[in-house]
Ligand binder design. Structure first.
Ligand code: C5P
Length: 305
């Protein structure tokens, strides 16, 4: 009988996204602090005679998600199969992705799917790939993929793929404001380059006040320490987001920022009732919002039959 494995992987936000200069390979040096939030995509894989992918949205528009071999989750399966020297007939999978993470929203939805696919195929093929090898494959697939495997709260260096978990005892409530139109990550990094044209960009560093807030698990301090170097360049492409950030960032929000390269916006709340208040404040804008808890674990097997 054909086995099947289901894995969930979380969306990520960046509590700090410190961006440095573009490297020779075009990627930017990052000093970031990731946090995994309670929105998950689900990937199910089973053995098949031929690789096929289906993508279904759970309250999310998936019309822009490719279902051919360019899909990052299928590329993850192919990369792991190659790494493990599997023959083509052993490596064929039927994969289905159920998406709840908004597409092109700055929350690493595609990276979460790739992380889930790696963990799912590793279990399906009973490879027991050592963690460091899996993370290194994840890093080949994309800058955010290793963090989606690890989850929790973690720093990210290099182009974001070098992840070190942080001891985060806090429990946080976030309001996520979604956008109907997605944003292209390369376009936002290009805007960052134009923004800094002719001026040397300082080497980014993880902020001490942010690490102290996390060590204390103090949402008030965390709210003050949130920073995203892509915010100004992204807002230059989407000025409409400024008003949204201002509105949701008023009390009771403890802080606000753009999520990753946008366009989703994040508002930190001290507790669930205050998160609901922020949501109500934003209701008049017509923008759809979610309340999520964080941090949550990374990619993990939720069903194996
Ligand atoms: O690594 P990932 O595929 O997620 O990156 C998507 C795009 O975002 C890259 O092609 C690049 O344009 C930009 N990027 C960057 N520097 C990073 C991460 C991403 O310039 N550290």
């Amino acid at each position: 009988m054909s086995r099947s494995v289901t894995v969930t992987a979380p969306a990520k936000i960046n509590l700090q996204l410190g961006v440095g200069a573009a490297r020779a390979d075009g990627f930017h040096t990052l000093a970031t602090v990731y946090q995994a939030i309670g929105i998950h995509d689900e990937v199910t894989v089973s053995s098949a005679t031929e690789t096929i992918l289906s993508v279904e949205g759970d309250g999310v528009d998936v019309s822009e998600v490719p279902t051919d071999s360019s899909n990052l989750a299928l590329r993850a399966a192919a990369l792991l199969a190659k790494h493990a020297d599997l023959a083509a007939d052993q490596a064929a999978v039927q994969m289905s992705i159920r998406k709840r993470i908004p597409v092109a929203g700055g929350m690493a939805g595609g990276s979460a799917d790739a992380a889930a696919a790696l963990v799912a195929c590793d279990a399906l093929w009973e490879l027991h790939t050592p963690r460091q090898e899996l993370l290194s494959l994840a890093g080949e697939l994309g800058s955010d993929v290793p963090f989606c495997v690890v989850g929790g709260t973690a720093t990210g260096a290099g182009r974001g793929e070098l992840v070190h978990p942080l001891d985060d005892t806090g429990h946080y409530w976030w309001v996520v404001a979604l956008s109907e139109r997605g944003m292209s990550t390369p376009a936002v990094y290009a805007a960052f380059d134009r923004w800094h044209a002719g001026v040397p960009v300082a080497e980014p560093e993880v902020r001490g006040d942010l690490l102290a807030a996390l060590a204390l698990g103090d949402p008030h301090r965390l709210g003050e320490a949130l920073r995203n170097d892509l915010e100004e360049p992204a807002l230059s492409l989407r000025p409409d987001l400024s008003a949204l950030l201002d509105l949701g960032g008023r009390p009771p929000a403890l802080g606000s920022l753009l999520s990753g390269s946008g366009p989703s916006c994040l508002f930190l709340a001290a507790n669930e009732p205050e998160a609901s208040e922020i949501r109500e404040l934003l209701a008049g804008t017509g923008v759809s919002t979610l309340v999520v808890e964080a941090p949550v674990p990374g990619a993990r097997v939720v069903e194996q039959v």
